[in-house]
Write a protein that binds this ligand. Structure first.
Ligand code: 6PG
Length: 248
């Protein structure tokens, strides 16, 4: 493990080991909390292998589904049945088979527009948390899963977009995406995502090496600014690992 600023970089061989390491970290966080657990999932392709692993007997039998709640860090503003919908992807791979419907908390994309959808989700998060202000002594989530896009975005917080500067609201609408799919988005903000015991990035493949190099060099990119008030872990496979970190 390489410790860099507040981040810990955990290197693994390949996407299979990455998914297993992420699943084991998730299980450890669930095991560490004997009350109500809150997991914030992510979209994109990076977490698919992890979600598939959570659907296997080796994992799903050990998850206390009755007391684990599943949220999503960002959503494409498309109907729940659309193949681009992030929560639909997680539901299809594992949630719908194991989690009680009342423990699955999708971003409601049936609202009139992304801002209204963001307000609804913020209210749902406020109600779940029991407060409208985040208390650093009581993280909102046990785990927040994250990915990084080719432009350095994370969740749907794009470089130089207003969402990046948000310090008060927990959820905001994003009228235009910076990368495909070019549909409006709804995203949790950096302070809401930071309110967790562990923020866990999954980064795999040589396509990610260039952007990861920029993020770890400390460029002012959303993914570089996303850190947890607890632990911030970057799980990186060999193909994505920047040159400067090889052999460390
Ligand atoms: C989304 C995601 C987004 C994603 C990155 C990485 O809605 O697209 O939540 O932030 O994590 O774009 O995407 P990949 O995993 O597909 O590379």
């Amino acid at each position: 493990m390489i410790v860099q600023d507040q981040r810990k970089i955990v290197t693994v061989a390949d996407p299979a080991e990455l998914a297993k390491t992420a699943a084991d970290r998730l299980m450890a966080r669930i095991a560490a909390n004997d009350g109500r657990v809150a997991i914030c999932l992510t979209g994109g392709s990076s977490p698919k292998q992890l979600y598939a692993l959570l659907a296997t007997d080796a994992y799903n039998k050990r998850i206390p589904f009755d007391r684990v709640h599943w949220f999503i860090g960002d959503e494409r503003f498309v109907p729940p049945g659309d193949s681009r919908n992030n929560m639909a992807m997680a539901r299809g791979i594992f949630l719908d088979r194991f989690a009680p419907a009342c423990n699955i908390h999708p971003i409601p994309t049936g609202a009139a527009n992304p801002d209204e959808s963001a307000e609804h989700y913020a209210r749902e998060l406020n109600a779940f948390y029991g407060l409208e202000r985040l208390d650093p002594a009581r993280p909102l989530f046990d785990v927040v899963l994250m990915g990084v896009g080719p432009d350095g975005h994370t969740a749907s917080i794009f470089p130089d977009y207003p969402a990046l500067a948000e310090t008060e609201r927990w959820v905001v609408g994003v009228p235009h995406a910076h990368v495909a799919p070019l549909v409006p988005r709804v995203t949790l903000t950096l302070p809401a995502l930071a309110s967790c015991r562990e923020m866990l990035f999954e980064v795999a493949g040589s396509d990610k090496r260039a952007i990861l190099t920029r993020v770890l060099d400390g460029e002012n990119l959303p993914a570089a600014r996303a850190t947890s008030i607890g632990e911030t872990i970057w799980l990186v496979d060999a193909a994505a690992l920047p040159e400067a970190f090889r052999g460390r």
